[in-house]
Design a protein around this ligand. Structure first.
Ligand SMILES: [Fe+2]
Length: 511
């Protein structure tokens, strides 16, 4: 096997336009953003700052027309509602003076009918507010490609219809990559598997691998290997590829190499970086069949689309997860402090969580419901933070007024979490964890199946855990006695299906 013969491929930021030096032309596109709203304009410019486009701005239709007169733009992104010249008028003027410039219109959601009119007048696409930059980037990419397709189509005058069909296919392949990566679910391992599978699928590869990069040790750790003989891949191909991977890391760009196998010298290997915040955390490599035509520009484009989409997705996932974990940890310490004050052991909420999850799982709850219950069970009594010591720690019987104060804790818990949009489901479970099956609970007096199932589960498990653990004012009950108590309150305090499931589980555990 010969050493790698690599060729550079331009790749900067998240939205690169692939080009092999000496072979394909550079595709840096010019985009003009037109919006009278400076804030939104800046937001778009900022969102595109990492992309490989030349960006210009105009705050009115008139300024846009002046700029278009000075130089040609590949794409104009314009708001529809602007004082003076509207987006629609601007579109008409552009069609007159620069018919080849693509126009993408932005419209407020209730005015999407305007977007349809705009498309009839020649806009390539529209974007309804509010939108995220990710969607805008995708639409820009597709709009620019569509324009290229129609230009080539006009030039071809029907002489090469196949070429046009291929390009349309290429475009839908790009959409396919985008959607598949967007919808990739599961843990990182599953996402990595999907990235390799898709890369082999889109370029018709015979083998593929994804390796994570250890920056400190400068080592590559294989995560996914798709090859006929994995051991052979690890022993023979990987050492050869490592030089190439290091080049990818150093350049932070995709690299194409000749495999040199069987004396053939076609470029058949593509290696592309996976990056988070501009740092390479992994490398994707795909090898095409040495007997085939080798790596094409389209192959490169697809692999780059794939790695860029995947990188962005993983970055969002990592950010979300770390934010989420931080938030949960903050709440956990808050809960721990309440439980210390209440002389309740910190393990209470964890025991409640584990047993609730076991009951919910046995009752056939979905994975997403289990995730919500896990959080809700830990945080269910977070509202007790607002209950004064004189009430919360009172050893004797509570007066009606004191009991009324205690009864506010689910609603307080709900309001503590109200600003966390991501805790919508958890808030609902917490709010209703003291409702009773017979409707005599609090805060809303919901009855039967009007009470969320996960709240009914949490309610019974919470009561069971309180009964079977020592409190300052009484000794722990035996499991059998607590079971009797649960059964006695079937269909009054507790949902009988929940009780039956819970009893079965705790009796099995106690044996
Ligand atoms: Fe509670």
């Amino acid at each position: 096997m010969c050493g790698p013969v690599a060729r550079r491929v331009d790749q900067e930021g998240r939205m690169p336009q692939p080009a092999i030096t000496g072979g394909f032309e550079s595709l840096r596109k010019k985009i003009l953003i037109v919006d009278d709203d400076t804030g939104l304009r800046q937001l778009i410019v900022e969102g595109l700052s990492n992309s490989d486009y030349d960006i210009a701005e105009a705050e009115s239709g008139t300024e846009a027309i002046r700029k278009i007169g000075e130089q040609a733009y590949d794409l104009v992104i314009t708001d529809m509602m602007m004082p003076g010249m509207s987006g629609m008028e601007l579109l008409t003027r552009i069609r007159e003076v620069e018919p080849e410039t693509a126009v993408l219109v932005i419209t407020a959601y209730p005015a999407t009918h305007l977007a349809v009119t705009a498309m009839k007048k020649g806009a390539v696409d529209f974007l309804a507010k509010p939108f995220d930059i990710d969607t805008l980037l995708f639409k820009i990419d597709v709009s620019l490609q569509e324009t290229a397709i129609s230009k080539n189509g006009v030039q071809a005058r029907g002489a090469e219809p196949i070429q046009l069909v291929n390009k349309k296919e290429e475009l839908s392949l790009k959409s396919y990559i985008y959607e598949n990566i967007e919808n990739a679910s599961g843990g990182n391992d599953q996402i990595f598997q999907k990235i390799v599978d898709m890369s082999m699928q889109v370029v018709d590869g015979e083998s593929g691998a994804l390796l994570l990069y250890d920056e400190d040790e400068k080592l590559f750790h294989p995560q996914v290997i798709k090859s006929g003989d994995v051991q052979d891949y690890l022993d023979k191909k990987l050492p050869f590829l490592t030089k190439l991977f290091l080049e990818v890391v150093e350049k932070r760009e995709a690299v194409v190499a000749k495999s040199g196998e069987k004396g053939e010298f076609l470029p058949t290997v593509i290696c592309a970086p996976l990056m988070i915040r501009n740092r390479v955390f992994g490398v994707l490599t795909v090898k095409k069949d040495s007997r085939g035509p080798g790596v094409s520009r389209n192959d490169l484009r697809h692999i780059q689309s794939l790695t860029n989409r995947a990188s962005l997705n993983l970055e969002n996932k990592v950010l979300y997860e770390s934010l989420y974990i931080n938030l949960i940890e903050t709440f956990k310490s808050l809960v721990a402090s309440i439980q210390l004050r209440d002389h309740y052991t910190e393990e209470h909420s964890y025991r409640v969580m584990e047993l609730s999850l076991a009951v919910a799982d046995a009752m056939g709850c979905r994975e997403s419901e289990l995730e919500s219950l896990k959080i809700a069970a830990i945080l269910h009594d977070i509202g007790k933070i607002a209950i004064p010591d004189s009430v919360l720690l009172k050893p004797g019987r509570l007066s009606d007024d004191e009991y009324a104060i205690i009864k506010t804790h689910p609603a307080i818990g709900d309001s503590i979490l109200q600003f966390m949009v991501i805790f919508g489901n958890e808030r609902n479970i917490i709010l209703h964890h003291h409702e009773r099956w017979d409707g005599r609970g609090y805060p809303d007096g919901l009855a039967g199946e009007d009470i969320p199932l996960l709240s009914r589960i949490l309610c019974a498990v919470d009561a069971y855990d309180a009964m079977t653990n020592t409190r300052p004012y009484r000794e722990a009950m035996k499991v059998e006695d607590a079971v009797v108590e649960l059964l006695r309150n079937r269909n009054t305090q507790f949902d009988e299906k929940v009780v039956d499931c819970l009893v079965k589980l705790v009796l099995r555990q106690s044996r």
